[in-house]
Design a protein around this ligand. Structure first.
Ligand SMILES: Nc1ncnc2c1ncn2[C@@H]1O[C@H](COP(=O)(O)OP(=O)(O)OP(=O)(O)O)[C@@H](O)[C@H]1O
Length: 597
């Protein structure tokens, strides 16, 4: 079978099968609609013939009532088919959208990092939106338009073979002319879609960066870019509108010509006494109806081409699989666990290694402070522990169980993380804390808030846990956002905690709260702290100094702190507040030493 056809059928059967009853009903509604549409002109034809022949009034009234009844029924069927049409299309596309979102979430970070958010939205929503038409109208409408066209031509032949031949030839020519015109219009429509996508992308990016744009006085630059985009859009829009209008006029003229031809033949046949005046009216009415299936068929054929491109892209996405194979093992209980990194080598691309032969072991319940310059590989190390990537060599184990043997879901549930960049959603405080898990009772949430020291903040909320948090945590200070993230992790009760400490400075009161929250959170858990302040490092049992993806020092904090030859000792001696400043001071001192030598 032709591959595109196979693809269409697979997609249609996957998403239409579950709602086959509605599909059958829709097909029946469309066919009945066609039947009624063709029946009414016949009734009017008989009405005219009876009236001309001065037939009985009761017969005329009967025809009239029948005509009205059919018109009403036709409207009812049209409402029903529109409802079914929309229902079928949205059910199918929503299911496809959910499947794609679930699939994308299962893909590894390599996939996500090489694609922009805009591209993903376009893939999940844009392509699926374009398919809405495919699911409901395209196939059924194409079929019904073909049936309608065929029926009209058969009825023409039934009334007169001359009319039948003329209208069949006219339909063929009209179809070809319309197809050719549409082909001309497609490139400009594509260009228009491209420029609108760029424009809205530009707009959303600038609107989300309003604060930075204003603060840096970049308003004029943004307005200039805005103007440039609009001035690019305008001529394309004008051309597209011009082509659209000319297409409308040409197709109108085409069908006027068709009607003239049809009526001329019918008039000649009437004058020869071969047709009644009623039949001439029926011919006129069918000629008028002819434009509908012809225009629809060529529109649907073009849509099919567009749908083909979308289906191809959707299939491509569905055929992309995560490089991470899920395991089957589960981690039970929330006790602290040991972490082992054994000879880990990793690079985001094979030719650019980031971590080199990293080995260390952290006992259950111990706290490891990881320090290193920006870009040393600290975050990368954490990503490996979460199994967002797999190392190219070596093995990571939790309680001596290798990560790839564990279910990803189970592994990630056991690790809680608080990053510098707290992700808060435009949702209630409750949903932000439970991450939309309705099974967590409010008492547990309130307990978490009180443990983290957020009770006074909670009491200040007018609607308690139902209070809304602005998008991206608007209305909260950096410290409050961090504390909420602590409470979130506390509720999840993980075995391991990763703390990527915020480098920004907090006010002393919030700082005290954060310190208290950290103390509470770390109890009875294995912890990995990416420390930016030397004060935080004082919590660590062990210290790992990372330099260019290699461990330059690893050991007990107390021993390293007392060893005058250790790098950690030197860091502490610098008297700086942050790790970065101390590391830089250390490096500067090393360089001066070397220069002296
Ligand atoms: N997704 C990625 N794709 C490619 N390279 C990356 C990616 N993320 C990080 N890197 C590179 O890996 C190296 C280590 O980055 P990483 O973020 O682990 O450093 P870090 O020590 O956590 O730095 P920071 O303290 O600034 O967060 C850097 O050279 C960085 O450019």
């Amino acid at each position: 079978m032709h591959t595109s056809l196979k693809r269409y059928l697979t997609l249609l059967s996957t998403y239409l099968k579950p709602q086959w009853r509605n599909v059958v009903l829709l097909a029946l509604a469309l066919c009945s609609g066609i039947g009624l549409q063709l029946l009414n002109p016949q009734i009017l034809g008989h009405f005219i013939d009876t009236a001309v022949a001065q037939g009985a009034n009761t017969t005329l009234v009967k025809f009239g009532l029948l005509f009205i009844g059919i018109s009403i029924a036709k409207q009812g069927i049209s409402v029903l088919s529109t409802y079914l049409d929309t229902h079928v299309a949205w059910t199918a596309t929503n299911q496809l959208r959910s499947d794609l979102v679930a699939h994308c979430l299962s893909l590894d970070m390599h996939y996500h990092k090489t694609r922009s958010a805009g591209e993903m939205i376009e893939r999940i929503d844009g392509d699926v939106n374009a398919l809405t038409n495919f699911f409901s109208q395209l196939v059924l409408n194409l079929l019904t338009s073909l049936i309608l066209l065929l029926c009209i031509l058969i009825l023409f032949f039934a009334m007169s073979w001359q009319e039948g031949c003329a209208m069949t030839i006219f339909s063929g020519i009209a179809f070809l002319i319309l197809m050719r015109m549409r082909k001309h219009a497609i490139p400009i429509k594509k260009k228009e879609r491209q420029i609108t996508t760029t424009f809205y992308g530009f707009l959303s990016e600038r609107l989300s960066g309003t604060e930075d744009i204003r603060a840096n006085g970049a308003n004029n630059y943004v307005l200039h870019q805005f103007y440039l985009l609009l001035s690019e859009w305008f001529p394309i829009f004008r051309r597209s509108q011009r082509i659209g209008a000319s297409m409308g006029i040409i197709s109108l003229m085409l069908f006027v010509l068709g009607t003239t031809l049809s009526l001329s033949i019918a008039t000649i046949l009437w004058m020869q006494g071969k047709l009644s005046i009623g039949t001439v009216y029926v011919i006129f009415s069918y000629t008028d109806q002819l434009s509908q299936p012809i225009q629809q068929i060529q529109e649907q054929l073009q849509d099919l081409q567009q749908a083909e491109a979308c289906i191809q892209r959707i299939e491509e996405l569905r055929e992309t699989h995560s490089a991470l194979k899920d395991g089957s093992g589960r981690l039970e209980g929330s006790q602290a666990r040991s972490i082992t990194f054994e000879n880990i080598c990793f690079g985001y691309s094979e030719d650019q290694p980031i971590l080199h032969n990293l080995s260390f072991e952290l006992a259950p319940g111990h706290v490891l402070g990881v320090v290193g310059h920006t870009g040393a590989g600290k975050t990368t190390l954490v990503r490996l522990l979460f199994r967002l990537y797999d190392p190219q060599a070596g093995e990571i184990r939790l309680d001596d169980v290798a990560l790839p043997t564990l279910q990803l879901r189970s592994l990630r549930q056991k690790i809680g993380m608080v990053t510098q960049d707290v992700q808060l959603f435009h949702a209630s405080v409750r949903d932000n804390l439970t991450l939309f898990n309705p099974n967590i009772p409010d008492t547990q949430i309130l307990h978490a808030l009180s443990t983290i020291g957020l009770t006074p903040w909670y009491q200040s909320l007018s609607e308690g846990l139902d209070s809304l948090i602005g998008s991206a945590g608007q209305g909260l200070s950096a410290g409050q956002a961090q504390l909420l993230a602590f409470a979130r992790v506390f509720l999840a009760n993980p075995s391991i905690i990763i703390l990527d400490e915020a480098s920004s400075r907090l006010d002393p009161a919030t700082e005290r709260l954060v310190e208290h929250a950290i103390d509470t959170l770390l109890q009875g858990r294995t912890v990995l702290i990416i420390a930016h302040r030397l004060s935080t490092i004082q919590r660590a049992d062990e210290i790992l100094v990372l330099e260019d993806g290699q461990i330059s020092e690893y050991g007990s904090r107390q021993i390293l702190a007392q060893d005058p030859h250790s790098r950690f000792h030197a860091l502490l001696q610098r008297g700086q507040e942050t790790v970065e400043e101390a590391l830089t001071a250390n490096n500067d001192a090393d360089t001066r030493e070397e220069d002296k030598r």
